[in-house]
Design a binder for this molecule. Structure first.
Ligand code: SF4
Ligand code: SF4
Length: 389
């Protein structure tokens, strides 16, 4: 099969029959589910980054997970759905996430919701960054893995779709440690690609029926896109997903890392697309395109440092607290891997000198008070690019 094949089909709503037909249609060009054998245990790695109602567009929609469960059960397989949210990785947190995110619907349809909270250590000699890492043990009990992601904007990586979803293989509270280990966005992206290569899901499917724009991946705004995307390659899927929402592939560090390794083309023209991608192009998708990866180019001489300083001032996105919205809960302080947030007078305060711009604080603020602040120059560049299209 063509490794650059990506399939895209309309899926206007989350009605059960619409989801079933759209899933069958998007998988057909990729050979459908013919690889599934009776008795196989199939893991579905959903995006359950936090407990949020389906209409908030934070998590993979339960109607799609339910529809996929039914298709797999009909082939005699068993199904387990799992993820590790950015919180404690235990039954109490996960049961709440499952309930709030509507996953009990999939459970009622016959899926098992993962309750194995063991952690395993891995060594991967082929990895570029993550040679040693710890992952969620439930993945070992699956005969095959399907990566079912959600299309969202992302503070650090610009795009949350197929490749980024595999970061959920790292147990919850360890995630900030990985941000601290890989503060350079390009290294962080390489670490994500290492995880994609290590776990190698058989299929990648993206819920782009209602995507998330703006302050993603947890506090953005739902945006109707109306399609499903699927591929055997997470990076090819991401190239198409990025293009749909107005990002160039090089603006997404995980795609750039995959291109460096020869895992995907660097433009959408290099893909073989089944379906009418032009029908789903977004012209006004609110991005939080992050040019912070540019800050890590060059050497360590005086000139390079000056250039980086200038780029930091002009281009870098930074976390910023909306004081009026902040409730002083301290969640951002607790997840910040650089320990650069304090709570003063019941408001979060950031010491910018130590900030590594990982945006964990933005991702896990429960009320959306922590925002990604984009510089006027960076906004202008994105606006200019769109105007010139
Ligand atoms: S997580 Fe959000 S609400 Fe809580 S202290 Fe930080 S900025 Fe304020
Ligand atoms: S302040 Fe936010 S962006 Fe900066 S290091 Fe801490 S969690 Fe990361």
């Amino acid at each position: 099969m063509n490794p650059n094949l990506v399939s895209i089909v309309p899926c206007e709503t989350y009605a059960p029959d619409v989801c079933k037909s759209a899933l069958e249609a998007v998988l057909a060009p990729l050979g459908g589910l013919d690889w599934v054998r009776p008795g196989m245990r199939i893991g579905i790695k959903a995006n359950l980054v936090s407990g949020a109602k389906p209409e908030k567009a934070v998590t993979t929609h339960p109607a799609l997970l339910t529809a996929l469960t039914k298709l797999l059960l009909a082939r005699g397989a068993s199904v387990v759905i799992g993820d590790s949210p950015g919180n404690l990785y235990n039954a109490s947190v996960l049961n709440r996430v499952y309930a709030v995110s509507g996953l009990l619907e999939a459970e009622a349809a016959g899926a098992e919701l993962n309750r194995d909270f063991s952690e395993k250590d891995a060594f991967d000699e082929h990895a570029v960054q993550a040679k040693r890492f710890t992952y969620t043990g439930w993945l070992d009990d699956c005969d095959a893995l399907i990566n079912f992601c959600k299309l969202k904007s992302h503070g650090m990586m610009s795009l949350s779709a197929a490749a980024k979803n595999l970061f959920g293989t790292i147990p919850g509270t360890m995630k900030p440690e990985y941000h601290y280990r890989f503060p350079n966005p390009n290294d962080f992206a390489d670490m994500i690609v290492d995880l994609d290569e290590h776990f190698r899901p058989v299929l990648h499917i993206c819920d782009a029926v209602t995507a998330m724009e703006g302050n993603g991946p947890t506090q953005g705004t739902p945006k109707h896109v109306g399609c499903l995307i699927a591929s055997k390659s997470p990076h090819c899927l991401d190239v198409l997903a990025a293009t749909l929402i107005g990002l160039t592939p090089k603006e997404v560090p995980t795609i750039a890392a995959a291109v460096r390794r020869g895992l995907c083309p660097d433009t959408v023209e290099g893909l073989t697309v089944s379906g009418d991608r032009n029908a789903f192009m977004q012209t006004d998708f609110e991005l939080i395109t992050n040019r912070n990866s540019l800050l890590f180019v060059g050497g360590n001489n005086v000139f390079s440092r000056l250039v980086r300083k200038g780029m930091d001032l002009c281009l870098a996105s930074k976390p910023r607290v909306k004081k009026r919205a902040c409730v002083g809960c301290g969640r951002c302080r607790d997840v910040c891997p650089a320990h650069t947030i304090a709570i003063e007078n019941k408001k979060a305060v950031i010491d910018r000198r130590k900030c590594i711009k990982c945006f964990c604080c933005q991702e896990f603020c429960p009320v959306g008070a922590m925002r990604v602040h984009r510089s006027p120059v960076a906004k202008l560049l994105t606006h200019g690019r769109r105007q010139s299209k």
